[in-house]
Design a protein around this ligand. Structure first.
Ligand code: FAD
Length: 298
């Protein structure tokens, strides 16, 4: 079978794209390997009608919507390779199957690369978070630690202080703040600890204290961490797609990339990384795909 469109990645971007494509009378191959970026979290926020939903329940509800459309073939598989050829793309999956598609939407998301600190994975997504818009409300009454060994740290402190002004910044031995920034933070009673971190101590996902290599300890039960983000799948690089200055796939406002027939949507293309924004980008990419089919065939 030659599908009209493959949607690679079944997060909010790919799920919404699949819905719009099916309702636009296109045959859809939805491929997802089930390793979403937000799998570590207990609750998702900011998606109207779904505030506080568990990520797994969000996907379940989405698949219930998709199941109404016979045009969608959903396969829980990892895509290993994408081979472009004249007008048709071949997609190879981890079970050595090959699928042929006319177009595709890359909705493979990003992956978070956390600092290399012992114990960090025990608390990430339960009491240590990355995004104040997602989880700041729940932390507004809890004294915070901000583990900030990279990125625009001063900007991060400013943002987090919108939710809670009781913050201790831990740079884990790195020089991530200028003298002037440290002076401003001191004026605002925001403590900066530049000692190297030994480990994060926790119980059942609940942060208890930060232990430093010099023997110091800081008791904090929640906070934020700065981290790096990478493309979760290697296809943009392998296909030679143009990238934007944020490290995402460059698209127009309907998800079209620098290669005809390949569209991108969600965290891997634009941001800010939010479920509803990814879903909306998926919707727009599907509109792009359908519009281009119409233009080519009318
Ligand atoms: C800890 C945490 C908490 C968050 N909390 C919130 C929140 O409360 N509210 C909010 O709005 N946002 C939140 N976010 C952000 C939100 O999760 C993302 O913005 C959103 O998931 C992006 O959707 P996406 O569809 O682009 O990518 P994803 O949801 O990451 O989905 C990508 C999908 O592609 C699949 N995939 C990747 N590579 C392949 C491959 N080679 N083959 C097959 N499938 C593949 C993955 O398995 C995954 O299912 C949070 C993020 C994190 C990390």
């Amino acid at each position: 079978m030659l599908y009209d469109c493959a949607v690679i990645g079944g997060g909010p971007a790919g799920l919404n794209a699949s819905l719009v494509l099916a309702r636009g009378k296109k045959t859809v191959l939805l491929l997802d390997d089930g390793t979403p970026r937000n799998a570590v979290t207990q609750e998702s926020h900011n998606f109207i009608t779904r505030d506080g939903i568990q990520p797994a329940d969000f996907r379940k509800a989405a698949h219930a919507d998709l199941n109404k459309y016979d045009a969608i073939s959903y396969q829980k598989k990892r895509v290993n390779d994408i081979i472009p050829s004249e007008d048709v793309f071949s997609i190879r999956t981890n079970d050595d199957q090959e699928y042929r598609v006319k177009t595709m939407i890359l909705a493979t998301g990003l992956k978070d690369v956390l600092p290399d600190i012992e114990g960090i994975h025990d608390v990430y997504g339960t009491s240590l978070f990355a995004c104040p818009f997602c989880d700041g409300w729940e932390l507004k009454d809890t004294p915070l630690v901000y583990i900030a060994e990279r990125g625009p740290v001063f900007h991060g402190v400013k943002m987090f202080s919108n939710w809670n002004k009781d913050i201790v910044v831990c740079t884990n031995g790195k020089e991530t703040l200028s003298t002037e920034e440290k002076e401003i933070l001191a004026q605002k009673q925001i403590q900066v600890l530049e000692d190297e971190i030994l480990r994060l101590q926790s119980e059942n996902g609940q942060l208890k204290k930060i232990q430093f290599k010099n023997g110091k300890e800081l008791e904090r039960e929640a906070g934020f961490v700065s981290y790096d983000m990478q493309q979760a799948a290697p296809f943009a690089e392998r296909l030679g797609l143009e990238m934007n200055e944020m490290g995402g796939i460059q698209t127009d406002s309907y998800g079209r990339t620098s290669i005809k027939g390949i569209y991108a949507a969600g965290d891997n293309a634009s941001g800010p990384p939010q479920l509803i924004i990814a879903a909306s980008e998926g919707n727009k990419a599907a509109i792009g795909v359908i519009s281009d089919f119409v233009e080519d065939s009318f």
